[in-house]
Design a protein around this ligand. Structure first.
Ligand SMILES: C[S@@+](CC[C@H](N)C(=O)[O-])C[C@H]1O[C@@H](n2cnc3c(N)ncnc32)[C@H](O)[C@@H]1O
Length: 461
């Protein structure tokens, strides 16, 4: 790997004595990580978390990522992306330093949270875990192809969120002062991706930091409008230069009157460098991960508050066709012990019921890819459950659950019918190692496989 000459020219004088260690680390192999769903975790202690992870995955884990309680380092060759459990959203493969961003957001159940630059969804899926189904999570992506990948990951990970597809200024016009927390995981010059992705090196130009900074200022102008007074703006990049980091935060404090607040001292992270901007002490409240100081590719994270006090949400503006429909509620109650709140009053579109994840946010003026996840298809007043509903559920939430072993789980994901000697009849969830795989319809002697045809796969382990 050859670092761009102009990158060396820019960074070497800044890093001074630390340059040699940084350069040596940039020639080491990159790091790789996996983040488990919060609901697999019933303790804060990393050593005990492992006990709640699917047994077949445990041997593939190295040590915990120290700044999160749900992440582990994994070997570059660990085939986690090819497993059945990855397919059904038991975990998300994520670059370890990126895992700190959700910790900085620290979303609280009940909050309105916006992930403004969300695709492919690494941080969105972590924010959803923090909200644990209580609150409103909106994930936005401007790029048409990337928003589809985001929606797929939201569905695969069983996330309670609305997926929207807009430029930030459109959202700011539609939803001013609407969010308790807005995450701007900004498009950046990607210097922290150099080890992992040779294309990031090829795409880097000497003026990349300045070009990216211009775009980041435009996004941040809109992000501030979207925040409630007193709300939090979390900003992150995976790049090293100060134009997109400390200098951007100094600009944000001055241009919009926001105030930087101190972030936790995550092990191995350092404070941002005030001297790389105008020396203001508040820049030390930001955090940086350097690859020569901690195991990760590199990240910058900051959290700021908007002046004012958090107020109550704007009045509800109902534009959706909500269904407090008895047949639907009866059907849901017959299937589930515990019904996720957004599933109670779904939105119907072309005979498919979608969970309603937008809370009080009005739909007018916003391009919505999915107001929620598909729950069921309606056919002659009967409901056929959708895969996305299954993936939102924990096995214990359903009235009928059939546990599968590894070979039956593989057969299910392939799309095979499964023989069955049990007593359950009708729709049931099938689960493997504590995670829901999908729906079956149990009849005498057989489980009819409802795993969607387009998802079936014979090559998973
Ligand atoms: C660093 S990536 C986000 C990664 C994501 N948060 C995750 O954790 O998976 C930045 C995203 O911003 C999007 N983006 C690019 N230009 C944008 C703009 N002008 N406004 C908003 N988002 C933009 C990119 O398409 C990209 O998906």
């Amino acid at each position: 790997m050859h670092l761009p000459d102009d990158f060396i020219k820019q960074m070497k004088p800044r890093l001074g004595e630390a340059w040699d260690a940084f350069e040596a680390a940039m020639h080491e192999p990159h790091t790789r990580g996996v983040r488990f769903k919060q609901h697999t975790v019933d303790t804060q202690l990393a050593t005990q978390i492992k006990a709640n992870i699917p047994p077949s995955i445990v041997p593939l884990l190295e040590q915990p990522v120290p700044w999160t309680n749900t992440g582990y380092y994994i070997d570059l060759t660990a085939p986690l992306g090819k497993t059945i459990l990855h397919e059904v959203g038991a975990f998300y493969l994520q670059e370890p330093s990126a895992m700190a961003v959700a910790a900085a957001v620290n979303a609280q159940p009940g909050e309105y949270v916006l992930d403004l630059c969300a695709a492919p969804g690494g941080k969105s899926t972590a924010l959803a875990d923090q909200l644990s189904g209580k609150g409103t999570l909106v994930v936005n992506e401007i790029h048409p192809a990337r928003v589809r990948i985001l929606a797929e990951n939201i569905e695969r990970m069983g996330v309670s969120a609305a997926v929207v597809h807009n430029a930030p200024d459109t959202l700011a016009r539609a939803w001013p002062n609407a969010f308790d927390a807005v995450l701007v995981d900004a498009p950046c010059s990607g210097e922290g991706m150099f080890r992992k992705d040779p294309q990031a090196i090829a795409a880097w130009q000497p003026d990349a930091p300045e070009i990216c900074a211009r775009r980041q200022r435009e996004i941040l102008d809109q992000a501030v409008q979207l925040l409630k007074p007193g709300g939090r703006l979390i900003y992150s990049t995976c790049t090293f230069n100060p134009q997109e980091n400390e200098q951007m935060m100094a600009w944000l404090e001055d241009a919009h009157g926001l105030t930087l607040i101190d972030l936790p001292d995550w092990p191995g992270w350092t404070s941002g460098c005030p001297d790389w901007a105008d020396g203001r002490p508040s820049l030390a409240f930001t955090r940086r991960l350097w690859p020569h100081l901690a195991r990760g590719e590199g990240h910058f994270v900051a959290c700021l508050t908007k002046p004012g006090h958090l107020a109550t949400p704007a009045a509800k503006e109902t534009q959706t066709r909500e269904r407090n429909d008895k047949t639907w509620l009866d059907w849901l109650t017959a299937q589930l012990h515990e019904i996720p709140a957004p599933c109670l009053s779904p939105i119907e579109h072309k005979n498919v019921l979608f969970s309603n994840e937008l809370g009080h946010l009005p739909l007018r003026g916003v391009r919505v890819l999915r107001a929620g996840t598909p729950l069921a298809t309606k056919q002659n007043n009967r409901y056929i459950p959708q895969q996305a509903l299954a993936l939102r559920l924990r096995p214990e939430q359903a009235k009928q659950v059939i546990q599968l072993d590894a070979s039956a789980a593989a057969a299910y994901i392939r799309g095979d019918a499964l023989s069955y000697t049990g007593e359950q009849r009708g729709y049931a969830l099938v689960a493997y190692e504590g995670f829901v795989l999908g729906w079956v319809k149990a009849v005498a002697g057989r489980l009819n496989n409802l795993y969607p045809k387009g998802w079936r796969n014979s090559h998973l382990i």
